[in-house]
Design a binder for this molecule. Structure first.
Ligand code: CTP
Length: 423
């Protein structure tokens, strides 16, 4: 994060709505971080939040009174719930529990928190936090899709240990500094700085790296993908102001800062992580997903036998790109695939574009002579498709040899100009 980013927060009014979950204590740090950057912070707590932290503590850290009750004479005398909703530059619901999200999606106004969220005209950012099973529940997915469609920005959740012992998965609240960064992006987007964050407020999902398909507890099928191109795209999208969710197979790279990173091993885990992360505005499938897996994974290490090699029966993996491209409801507006080919690059890429049902294909030559696999450079051709059905028009652009970072920046610039044309 650069120092200049803080100028968007300096002097801004941030209303934090704290939902009732174990992650509520992290919002105290969030308040502190925002105030350090010069924001004026007001706090509203739901009834459930007060089971975890007190209004007195939240108010003390925010440097004022924390509001909790819709019909509290003091609140109404002090500022009034409509002024709480109106006199703010952004509302941040953190942690946003499944219940708070459901009430927001349903337009409830049965407590102070829900009322200010409904009454505000300021941008709203939510930082969901809940048990992983609640996060993937169809009801929560529907509420999330509704909130995103209504223009609510989302940061996180992250993957990790839950407060409950033994529970792990996607559902941890985003870290305070990630939420601060998301606030900065939204406030910066609102100011529409020239050349600023062209993807501010857009949710971009990126897959990267290989997948590992287990044969037995110690062996797996893999490929040579390093994940560098996908990681570079995720970083470029983040630099352009997007909220990025990176879903990565096993790689030797550090997690890029400022985004949610989910690590998976197999193609099926990757598909599940992608489906869980939807909705998204833009999805870029840069992962080199294994086409096959072993039909029956050995529970124990496979042994050499007198009969010779143990037979390995392969079955086809789900096609993540095709699955997401063909979704009816949650299909991202722009779906981009990669075509890694060792021969007949353009013809194969054209066929792939049609077969997978995506909008763009980034085709690259991965023949051993190209040095692309594991290397730092890439020669790509961008195939874009306009129109549906019979009148499909495929355009091909060939880009010069570039570093993977340059390919990423060029692709993100193309996405940004497309996104601008559409909005
Ligand atoms: N892809 C995917 N899931 C799969 C296979 C591929 O999401 N199971 C995606 C890749 O991330 C990439 C695109 O599909 O964006 C094309 O991948 P590629 O390996 O080039 O194509 P395949 O589907 O494997 O086709 P083929 O075997 O004909 O090359």
């Amino acid at each position: 994060m650069t120092g200049s980013d803080h100028r968007h927060i300096l002097g801004c009014r941030v209303l934090i709505v704290i939902g009732g979950g174990a992650a509520a204590y992290k919002s105290l740090d969030l308040i502190r971080r925002l105030r350090e950057r010069g924001a004026a912070v007001r706090v509203v707590l739901t009834k459930a939040a007060q089971e975890f932290i007190t209004p007195l503590l939240a108010g003390a850290i925010a440097g004022g009174h924390a509001y909790a009750d819709l019909f509290d004479a003091r609140t109404e005398f002090d500022v009034g719930h409509i002024r709480l909703a109106r006199d703010t530059d952004i509302v941040v619901a953190a942690p946003a529990t499944a219940d708070l999200m459901a009430r927001m999606a349903g337009g409830h106004a049965d407590d102070l928190a829900a009322t200010v969220l409904l009454a505000t005209q300021a941008p709203v950012l939510i930082a969901p936090a809940m048990n992983p099973h609640m996060w993937i529940n169809a009801t929560t997915r529907r509420n999330l899709a509704q909130l995103v469609a209504d223009g609510v920005a989302v940061v996180g959740p992250n993957e990790g240990e839950m407060a409950e012992a033994g529970e792990a998965g996607l559902g941890r609240v985003a870290e305070p500094l990630e939420i601060v960064a998301a606030v900065e992006r939204i406030l910066a987007g609102r100011e529409k700085l020239p050349g600023g964050d062209p993807l501010a407020g857009r949710r971009v999902l990126v897959t990267a790296g290989p997948t590992h398909e287990p044969i037995d507890p110690v062996r797996y099928i893999a490929n040579r993908s390093s994940g560098k191109q996908g990681y570079a795209i995720a970083a470029a999208a983040r630099a352009a102001g997007a909220d990025v969710i990176l879903i990565s197979g096993p790689v030797e790279l550090d997690d890029p800062p400022g985004m949610s990173v989910t690590h998976v091993e197999s193609a099926r885990e990757m598909l599940h992580a992608v489906e869980t992360a939807l909705p998204a505005d833009i999805a870029i499938f840069a992962a080199a997903v294994a086409d096959w897996r072993v039909a029956h994974e050995g529970e124990q290490k496979l042994k050499k036998t007198a009969a010779g090699m143990p037979p390995l029966q392969l079955v086809e993996n789900p096609d993540i790109l095709a699955t997401i491209s063909k979704l009816q409801k949650l299909r991202p507006a722009l779906v981009i695939g990669f075509a890694a080919e060792t021969e007949n690059l353009i013809e194969n890429a054209k066929a792939k574009l049609a077969r997978k049902g995506c909008d763009w294909i980034v085709a690259n030559d991965v023949s051993p002579a190209s040095g692309v696999m594991g290397g730092d450079r890439n020669t790509v051709h961008l195939l874009t498709r306009d129109g549906n059905g019979v009148h499909v028009d495929i355009k091909i652009e060939s880009w010069p040899v570039m570093t993977k970072e340059e390919v990423a920046a060029t692709l993100v610039a193309r996405i940004a100009s497309q996104a601008e044309n559409r909005s």
